[in-house]
Design a protein around this ligand. Sequence first.
Ligand code: T46
Length: 141
Amino acid sequence: MQVVKYMFQPHGDDRGQLVALEEYKDIPFRIKRVYYMYDTRADVVRGHHAHKSLEQILICIHGSCKIRLDNGYEKKIVPLEKPYEGVYIANNIWREMFDFSEDAVLMVLASDLYDEGDYIRDYHEFIQIVKEEAPDRVTLI
Ligand code: T46
C-alpha cells in the first residue's frame, strides 16, 4: 500500500511558524469540513471504520499519535509527530488512530460534510467491498 504523506511548507520567521492549507493547492480536494479531537486517553483506539467516498487529510497539529491504515490486503502504521505533516486517507481504507500523547490535537480536513451513511463500520463488510472490487488480491482474514 502506498502511503501518501504530505509535508506542508511552514512560513517561519523570528515570531514562530505558520502553516497555510489551501484546497486544490496544498490539499488535493475541496475542504468541506474541519474537525479535531483532543484529550484522547493514551489507551484509546479511535476510528475502526472506512468511508465509502470520503477523502481526508489527518494532521496532528500538537503532540503525536499513530494512524493504522488497512486497504484489506496490507496494513501500515503512520506516525504523525509534526504539525507540518499530514497523511492522506482515500475512501475504502480502514483506519484506526491510537497511541495519542497526552497533549495531542488531531485535526482532520475532509472532502465532504458529516454523513453517517458514508461509514463502513463493520470490518467484514469492508473486506467484502474490497473483495468485490479486486477479488484476486484478497487473502481471507
Ligand atoms: C474518521 C476519523 C479519522 C459529528 O457529529 N460530526 C463530525 O464531523 C464527526 C467527525 C463526528 N461527529 C460525531 C459522531 C459521533 O457521535 O462525533 C462523535 C464521534 O465520532 P466518531 O466516533 O466517528 O469519531 P472517530 O474518531 O472514531 O472517527 C473520526 C471520523 O468520524 C471519521 O470520519 O475518518 O475520525
